[in-house]
Structures are given as C-alpha cells and as structure tokens.
Design a protein around this ligand. Structure first.
Ligand SMILES: O=C(O)CCC(=O)C(=O)O
Length: 254
C-alpha cells in the first residue's frame, strides 16, 4: 500500500471535494474508499456520484435507504448499537459493488462508520489466520424481516478470501458474527466448525479488523459523502447515544 502505514493517513489521502470535477473515482480505485467533502459552491447529488459505477441495487425496501433511528425496529440499521464489520449483500440476491452514503445529519457523539481495508488486513493478519481463511467457507443467515431480496438457493455459503477486482490480490469477503448481540441483523458460522471454534475465528477476525493500521473510524459531518468499493473494504458502525441525531442516505450499485 505504498508508504501509507496508518488508516488515518490513508483516509486523509482518500479525501477530495464533492464538486462536479471531483477526483473521487481515482481515490476510490486507489484506496478502495473516498471521502467527499461538502466544500465549494456546487455539490454533486449522490445519484450523480454513483451513476458511473453501476445500476442501483435493489433490496426489499427499494434502491435507496434512509438510515436513522426508527421506533420498534428489529433491524440494527435503525437502532443505535454497534454493527460488526461486514461486506454488504451476502444475504441480498442483488449484489453490491459500490456503496455511497451521504450524511444528512451527523451524530454529536459516536455513530462513526468504520472502514477496514482488505489489503491492509492481509498485511497485518497472522499467517496462520490467513491460511485458515483460505481453507474454510462461511454460511450466513438473515435475522431480520423485509430487508433483503432473498436468494432463491437459500443461505449463502461464501469463501472468505476472494480476488480483489482492481489489484488481483486477496480480498476479504466476510461478515463477522457477533453472538453477544441478540438483535444483530445476520448470523454466520464456519461450515464444519463447532460453535466455539467458529466464535474464536470471528473473534480473531474482529481483533485484526479493528487494528489502527487496518481500520479507519470515520466521524461524520453533514454534507459529506463516503464512497466504498464493497469488494475491497469492509465496513461497520460504532454505537451512538439514543438521544443523538444520525441520518444517512445510502445508495448501492451493482
Ligand atoms: O450506518 C453505518 O454507518 C453503516 C451501516 C451498515 O453497516 C450498512 O449499511 O451496511
């Protein structure tokens, strides 16, 4: 990853403006994500930012999602707890290559979006863990209703090491199970492992993914757009207080 050794440095390099000639596509290709700042007289709408990257990916709710607190929701997207690191669309029949979020209201505390570079993960992870990842498959299942377009073939079973579409190197394609949270959106288990062994592997993964040389913590400000290549970085969310605002608009494309 050139001379960059810390994800904060990478995030600084991945920053650009949100104007009509923003270089965000180059940033996205180089770093796997880009942060578009709302400075300048003209801001590109999120739809226009996403347009060169593919067609909007449909979920059960349609193609765009407003992410904010909703009373009595069983879906962690609409609550205030942490969301574990994952890539999108394991559970959705329509794939996702890029995700764009626009911040409509920033939380005053917490609620950071967490971004882990898959390339940095493979540089940081112990060799034994990477070898194990090459040998296993992980099954995922949904724990929420009305969110995903169900896959006709049933629960997806996915190899955690895939090919990075830009570098041709390894890409980490996982959702970390977090059984401590009884209301999480998805469950996951390593095929053929006992529950305990599976838990241990997810704990090891979560540990490496949270290292500062692997994960960047993005603190929101209103008007920013965060772009991600879902095939090259993982994401999650830090919890935030129930009395804080937090409103993001998400469009994913495939
Ligand atoms: O709210 C966020 O920052 C991330 C939400 C998330 O994990 C997702 O949309 O898949």
């Amino acid at each position: 990853m050139d001379e960059i050794t810390d994800m904060r440095e990478m995030a600084a390099a991945a920053r650009c403006d949100r104007g009509p000639s923003s270089p965000y596509l180059e940033k996205l290709e180089r770093y796997g994500f880009a942060v578009l700042e709302p400075d300048g007289p003209e801001l590109m709408p999120l739809e226009d930012i996403m347009a060169p990257l593919g067609d909007p990916a449909s979920y059960r709710f349609g193609t765009q999602l407003i992410q904010e607190q909703r009373a009595d929701s069983d879906n962690s997207q609409f609550r205030t707890g942490a969301i574990p690191m994952h890539v999108d669309a394991h559970l959705n029949a329509n794939g996702v290559s890029y995700i764009g979020w626009e911040c409509l209201e920033a939380p005053y505390e917490g609620g950071e979006t967490l971004i882990a570079s898959s390339e940095a993960f493979f540089e940081a992870a112990p060799g034994g863990l990477v070898e194990t990842l090459r040998d296993i498959k992980i099954e995922y299942w949904s724990r929420v209703s009305g969110f995903y377009v169900e896959r006709p073939e049933g629960n997806p079973v996915v190899a955690p090491v895939q090919v990075d579409p830009v570098t041709g190197g390894d890409a980490l394609c996982v959702g970390v199970d977090h059984p401590e949270d009884p209301s999480r959106n998805f469950g996951a288990a390593v095929v053929g492992y006992t529950k305990e062994r599976s838990r241990e592997l997810f704990a090891q993964l979560a540990h490496v993914l949270s290292r500062p040389d692997v994960m960047y913590t993005h603190k929101w400000r209103a008007g920013q757009v965060l772009m991600m290549d879902n095939r090259r970085v993982l994401h999650g969310r830090a919890e935030y207080p129930a009395d804080s605002p937090r409103k993001l608009r998400r469009i994913s494309v495939s």
